[in-house]
Design a protein around this ligand. Structure first.
Ligand SMILES: [Zn+2]
Length: 288
């Protein structure tokens, strides 16, 4: 296990070593029953943060922190995965991350989605290994086959644009209206709020379009030409030229830090070379 430290994902391990390390990771209890009586210690792994901690404000425990420690998944975390109550609330992943983070000051809902993804993949690797068998359909012959994927081979996609300040704020000038937008990358909390908002809208107006694009865009946008009033932003977003909307969405997607989930595999039936996003269904956390 120790040899794999810093190499949970390829392409990120080397740069992480020796950089800012969180100093609060020494909270092992003095009386450790597992260690003292069973000679067993739960393994801890270091996970690179795609954001490099650059999106977190000064008072956040992960401000400028490039990697954090997680403890390996145990039977207790399997309880979380199987909890129906958590699944109903849509908070299973936050609870899982929270249980596995060594630094308990970190609230998983404050983490941006890409960092959460890196942690979730890391938890999967420490719990069940990096081999992941999943059914995928061939894009050419449509036949579904079981494939072996190596989660450890996925590449971290680091943050490459500079924040417009010392936190989660980035600038983009809309190509058609020339307006200056400040946007943020969504956190776990933002994602949960979005899902709830879309569900509420659907209940109120069952025949209206779901508004997934505008709702997401609205939660990304912090201000337009200095105006940060949410209802004004909402009005602008629903009336903005499609070219502006698409350019902004493309820019956000291209630069969002996270883990590149694209995998390639050859179809055993027709030899077609497939490229698709790693399927992360409900069986992702089960070994085979
Ligand atoms: Zn095929």
């Amino acid at each position: 296990m120790a040899a794999r430290k810093n190499q949970v994902f390829s392409g990120a391990g080397a740069e992480v070593a020796g950089h800012t390390q969180n100093q609060a990771f020494s909270a092992m209890p003095v009386n450790n029953i597992l260690r003292d009586d069973f000679s067993y210690e739960v393994a801890v792994e270091r996970i690179p943060l795609p954001s490099g901690g650059l999106v977190y404000p000064k008072n956040h425990p992960l401000h400028n922190v490039e990697a954090l420690d997680i403890k390996a998944m145990t039977a207790r975390e399997e309880d979380i995965l199987l909890s129906r109550a958590l699944s109903k609330q849509g908070t299973t992943m936050s609870a899982l991350i929270s249980a596995c983070l060594v630094d308990k000051r970190v609230d998983p809902k404050t983490l941006i989605s890409g960092d959460r993804l890196a942690i979730i993949l890391g938890i999967r690797i420490t719990g069940y290994g990096s081999l992941y068998k999943s059914d995928v359909s061939c894009q050419s012959c449509q036949i579904s086959t079981r494939n072996d994927f190596d989660i450890g081979q996925l590449d971290v996609k680091p943050l490459e644009i500079a924040p417009a300040g010392d936190e989660n704020l980035f600038e983009f000038v809309l190509p058609m209206t020339n307006k200056r937008v400040l946007f943020k990358f969504l956190t776990g909390q933002d994602e949960e709020d979005n899902t709830a908002l879309i569900e509420r809208k659907q209940k109120l107006f069952p025949n209206a379009p779901e508004g997934v694009v505008t709702t997401r865009l609205e939660s990304h946008i912090v201000s337009i030409d200095g105006i940060s009033d949410k209802s004004k932003i909402s009005k602008f977003v629903s009336a903005m030229p499609a070219g502006d909307s698409r350019a902004l969405r493309t820019y956000i997607e291209k630069h969002e830090p996270g883990v590149n989930l694209e995998v390639s595999w050859q179809c055993p039936h027709c030899s077609f070379d497939n490229k698709n996003a790693l399927p992360m269904g409900s069986l992702f956390f089960w070994a085979d």
